[in-house]
Design a protein around this ligand. Structure first.
Ligand code: URA
Length: 256
């Protein structure tokens, strides 16, 4: 009789039976093989049955659910740390969550950590960060200050450094945005500063920082001011004049 099983499948079945403890190739009752009708079935494929398709995950929905459950900043940081759907996480050394004082009236949202931030686990600690500190010190805001009126809170759209500091991709931004939104809700600042093009793209859905900067808008229900990124100002110091205007505009809102 022609067997419906090919060699590999039969071998695998036999191994399985041996593993279960079978020691004899006998059935419980004798089989009269002359009475078994000859079958001419086509041999089945050697391929093992395909595993049922894994349910499709939607990283944005998962991020929304995780973010909504976080009721403190520590819980939010934990939720981001446990989020496995953003490929950037695997290439980064640190989760860069935030720096400064969550009591601050001003929350800065930058783009993504660079090498220094990845090394130290804090946003804006490299050269651009030093310039950022100087810019805000000029309007008497300092991330290490205690008083709500004098301090700053700083985070980024992306908590992980992209390889070679490339721009984060649209899908990466989309899946991290629910965490940014929750971050803003938990800090509840009076004003948001959007640093650079990527932050504007992520939060406002608009690019073109040269047009957007200095124009107050709304982000996550808060007044928001797009500004030139300090890394851009390091490359184009002639733009510092515009940035000074923007800082004064922020100061005016803070005292007004
Ligand atoms: N640029 C950013 O946008 N964020 C950082 O943390 C560092 C550089």
């Amino acid at each position: 009789m022609e067997s419906a099983l090919d060699y590999h499948t039969a071998h695998a079945l036999l191994e399985w039976q041996v593993e279960l403890g079978a020691t004899e190739a006998l059935l419980d009752a004798p089989v009269n093989r002359y009475e078994i009708p000859e079958t001419r079935e086509k041999p089945k494929s050697a391929e093992p049955a395909a595993a049922p398709a894994a349910p499709k995950v939607n990283p944005v929905e998962i991020a929304k659910q995780l973010a909504s459950k976080a009721s403190t900043l520590a819980e939010l940081e934990q939720a981001i740390a446990g989020f496995e759907h953003c490929a950037l996480k695997r290439g980064a050394r640190s989760l860069v969550f935030s720096d400064g004082n969550p009591a601050a009236r001003v929350m800065i949202i930058g783009e993504a950590p660079g090498r220094d931030e990845d090394r130290l686990g804090k946003p804006f600690v490299g050269r651009a960060g030093q310039l950022l500190d100087k810019m805000f010190e000029a309007i008497e805001l300092d991330r290490s200050a205690q008083a709500r009126e004098e301090t700053l809170y700083i985070t980024n759209v992306m908590p992980w450094r992209p390889p070679q500091n490339r721009d984060p991709q649209a899908d990466e931004i989309e899946m991290m945005l629910p965490f940014v939104e929750r971050h803003v809700a938990l800090v509840d600042p009076d004003f948001i500063v959007l640093m650079g093009n990527i932050s504007c793209q992520a939060v406002l859905g608009k690019r073109g920082i040269t047009r957007l900067r200095g124009e107050w808008t709304e982000a996550f229900g808060k007044p928001a001011l797009p500004m030139f990124h300090p890394a851009f100002l390091l490359r184009s110091p002639q733009m510092k004049r515009e940035t000074w205007t923007d800082l004064l505009s922020l100061k005016a809102r803070l005292v007004g």
